[in-house]
Unconditional design. Structure first.
Length: 131
């Protein structure tokens, strides 16, 4: 932060879920995808990005921007990943929540319905980090 030097700058995400008139293109080309959420950074220098519109959660190297890992999610996360230390295992866990596919971005502007009124639910996905 003292030098204000940019370490890397490159597009993150694919065009597979983007297309005209809201249609899915299916193009697996790295063009960059809009992000709907923030990122977290681990002590080990790994950035976790989960809110990209291409439905992937990614682990990216902080120093060079290289994609280390990714996993396809059942929907667009729209949330910043969370991290915690397992109380017994002492392993770092990264968690992401994904609303049901029927809940698009417009829905997020209204309060979430009561659980009894929302049979669609969503997903909570956890990943244990290797040491």
């Amino acid at each position: 932060m003292q030098t204000k030097q940019v370490l890397w700058n490159k597009p993150l995400g694919m065009a597979n879920e983007s297309g005209p008139f809201g249609m899915r293109s299916g193009l697996h080309i790295t063009l960059g995808a809009p992000l709907a959420a923030g990122t977290i950074v681990t002590k080990g220098g790994v950035i976790f990005v989960g809110g990209s519109m291409d439905k992937y959660i990614r682990a990216v190297d902080l120093l060079n921007g290289k994609e280390l890992w990714k996993d396809y999610l059942p929907g667009t996360a729209q949330t910043t990943p969370m991290s915690y230390l397992g109380p017994k295992s002492k392993k770092q866990i990264v968690v992401i929540t994904v609303p049901n596919a029927e809940r698009r971005f417009g829905y997020a502007q209204t309060p979430a319905p009561d659980e009894k009124e929302d049979p669609l639910g969503g997903h909570v996905i956890a990943y244990a980090l290797s040491e």
